[in-house]
Design a protein around this ligand. Structure first.
Ligand SMILES: O=P(O)(O)O[C@H]1O[C@H](CO)[C@@H](O)[C@H]1O
Ligand SMILES: O=c1cc[nH]c(=O)[nH]1
Length: 249
């Protein structure tokens, strides 16, 4: 009998590892693969590209979520269904504080739920928070590697080019939010509702009050600090999973 595959991710129980790293961009899967051994391509359907490999002896999947909460929670649901227990997003973000540099990592301790997907599950007063143990493992990993990082809140949104982006960023900046992305809140909320442990590590690709489009383009060009930040967030996520697996927290 053929194995049942997730309708979108096209992975089944036989493909599942206990841990998954979730970038938004399918292109980032290649960068993650460079740090794994015994890499096997699993599937590439729509925005969901998946591989499986090992990192220092632990089994890990990497699955891209695409942009936004809606596609992210499809990945979370289907990965949960095939048996993945812990998921760490390795994403990019725009800084909301002027002292955060390109390539600096944000270990997200909670997210403003300005997305639509998480609200279809549960009302807005439900908190979007990571698993404490996974967050602690990520903090230890970032400290040990000596990578510049912050721990604090992010804002996840569904808009990118609205006429009010500057005003909205200013509002949340004034309330201490460190950066903005489009997936973390949905990952945290749906993960928690399904009993999946989650964390989110964001690489700063646009400085606060920098030019959003220019920043993304430079990042896509693959140069500079932002590209280094991506490498670092991947290593921090993998080290964090290793620590978590060993029961460090
Ligand atoms: O680089 P990824 O992980 O896709 O994350 C960020 O980049 C995309 C926007 O350019 C959004 O998905 C945002 O959250
Ligand atoms: O400014 C940015 C950069 C990446 N992703 C976002 O959501 N915002």
């Amino acid at each position: 009998m053929s194995e049942e595959l997730g309708a979108h991710i096209r992975c089944g129980r036989r493909d599942a590892a206990p841990y998954a790293i979730l970038p938004g961009d399918p292109g980032r899967i290649d960068h993650i693969a460079r740090h794994l051994n015994d890499v096997r391509e699993i599937a590439y359907n729509r925005e969901f590209r998946s591989i499986r490999g090992t990192y220092q002896g632990i089994e890990v999947m990497a699955v891209s979520t695409g942009i936004g909460g809606a596609s992210t929670v499809i990945a979370v649901e289907e990965l949960h269904k095939i048996g993945v227990k812990a998921m760490i997003r390795v994403g990019s973000c725009g800084a909301l504080q002027s002292d955060i540099r390109l390539g600096e990592l944000i270990l997200v301790s909670g997210a403003v739920r300005d997305d639509g997907a998480s609200k279809t599950y549960v009302e807005g007063i439900y908190p979007a928070i990571p698993d404490t143990g996974l967050l602690f493992c990520a903090r230890e990993a970032a400290k040990e590697r000596g990578y510049r990082h912050r721990i604090g809140p992010a804002r996840s949104h569904d808009s990118f080019y609205t006429d009010r982006e500057n005003e909205i960023d200013h509002y949340w900046s004034g309330r201490g939010v460190l950066g903005s992305d489009m997936e973390t809140a949905a990952l945290f909320v749906v993960g928690a509702l399904r009993g999946v442990m989650t964390a989110s590590i964001l690489n700063t690709v646009v400085t606060y009050e920098g030019d959003l489009e220019e920043g993304i383009n430079e990042y896509v060009g693959g140069e500079q600090e932002a590209a280094l930040g991506e490498e670092r967030e991947i290593l921090v996520a993998l080290d964090a999973l290793k620590k978590f697996d060993k029961g460090v927290f």
